[in-house]
Design a protein around this ligand. Structure first.
Ligand code: PGA
Length: 255
C-alpha cells in the first residue's frame, strides 16, 4: 500500500477563473506560513481554470487535476477535451467515472474503463470513482457493484499504471449522510481483493480514497481507517480554510 495520503478536492462546476486563482493565492500563502507535511494535495477545478491554476501553483506542493476527459488525442470532436490536452495543460490526475458523470452524462462501465486507459496513456493518474446507490445497498448488492466497476479497469490498465480508486457511495454524495467509517474501510478491503485477484500485488500501488459528505466533523474518523489513503472532497473543499483544516486533521490522525 502506498503510504502517501492523498487529499483531492473536486470543485465540480463551481468557481470562476478569478475565484480559483484567489483561492490558490490564499492556499499558497497559508501553506507557506504553516505547511501540511506528508499529505499530497490535489485540486480539480473547472476546465477553464485548469491551466491558470497550474501556472499559479507551479513550484508549490499542490497538484492540479481535471474532473473528466474525453477519448482520443486530437481531432474533429467539437467540445471534447482529451487526456492528452489535459496533460499538456499541466494536470497530473483526472477523475474518471464520477457518479455525476455516470448519471448526468450516461457514462457506463465500458466508457469508464476506456477513459481510465486513455488517462494512463496520456500520463495522467486516473482517480476511478466507484460506489453503489441507496437501492443497491439496501438490496445487499454493494460488493457486487464495486467488483463490477473495478474489474474491467484493472484488466485493461497496464501493470505499471498509477491508479487511485475513490469509494463514493452515491447516497453519501452531497447529502450529509455517511457510511460508518468502518464500512468504508471494509469496502476499501474489497477493492484491494478485487485488484489483487486480477493482478497480484497491484493493490500496493493503488491508493484508495473515501468520498461523500466529508467535512471537518467527520474526517478524523475516516483518517483512522487503515485501509483508506485519503479523501475525495466536494462541498467542503470550496472554502480554503475548511480545506486546509481537512488536510491538517488527516495528517494529525495519520502522523
Ligand atoms: P461531497 O462530494 O463531498 O460534496 O459530498 C464528493 C464528490 O462528489 O466527490
Amino acid at each position: 500500500m502506498s503510504s502517501r495520503s492523498l487529499m483531492a478536492a473536486n470543485w465540480k462546476m463551481y468557481k470562476t477563473v478569478e475565484q480559483s486563482l484567489a483561492y490558490a493565492r490564499e492556499l499558497v500563502r497559508r501553506l507557506e506560513e504553516e505547511p501540511v507535511f506528508d499529505v499530497e494535495q490535489l485540486i480539480c477545478p473547472t476546465m477553464p481554470a485548469l491551466y491558470p491554476l497550474v501556472q499559479r501553483l507551479a513550484g508549490t506542493s499542490v497538484r492540479v487535476g481535471a474532473q473528466t476527459l474525453d477519448l482520443g488525442q486530437e481531432g474533429a470532436n467539437t467540445g471534447a477535451v482529451s487526456g492528452y490536452l489535459v496533460r499538456e495543460a499541466g494536470a497530473e490526475y483526472v477523475i474518471v467515472g464520477h457518479s455525476e458523470r455516470r448519471q448526468l452524462y450516461g457514462e457506463d462501465d465500458t466508457l469508464v474503463r476506456d477513459k481510465s486507459v486513455a488517462a494512463a496513456q496520456a500520463r495522467l493518474t486516473p482517480i476511478l470513482c466507484v460506489g453503489e446507490t441507496r437501492d443497491q445497498r439496501q438490496a445487499g448488492q454493494t460488493d457486487a457493484v464495486i467488483v463490477r466497476q473495478v474489474e474491467p479497469v484493472i484488466e485493461a490498465l497496464a501493470s505499471d499504471a498509477d491508479l487511485v480508486i475513490a469509494y463514493e457511495p452515491l447516497w453519501a454524495i452531497g447529502t450529509g449522510v455517511l457510511p460508518e467509517p468502518k464500512e468504508a474501510n471494509r469496502v476499501a478491503e474489497i477493492i484491494r481483493q478485487v485488484v489483487d485477484r486480477i493482478r497480484p500485488n497491484f493493490s500496493r500501488q493503488v491508493r484508495i480514497l473515501y468520498g461523500g459528505s466529508v467535512n471537518r466533523d467527520n474526517i478524523c474518523d475516516f483518517a483512522a481507517q487503515p485501509g483508506l489513503d485519503g479523501a475525495l472532497v466536494g462541498g467542503a473543499s470550496l472554502d480554503v480554510g475548511h480545506w486546509l483544516q481537512l488536510n491538517r486533521f488527516w495528517r494529525e490522525v495519520r502522523a
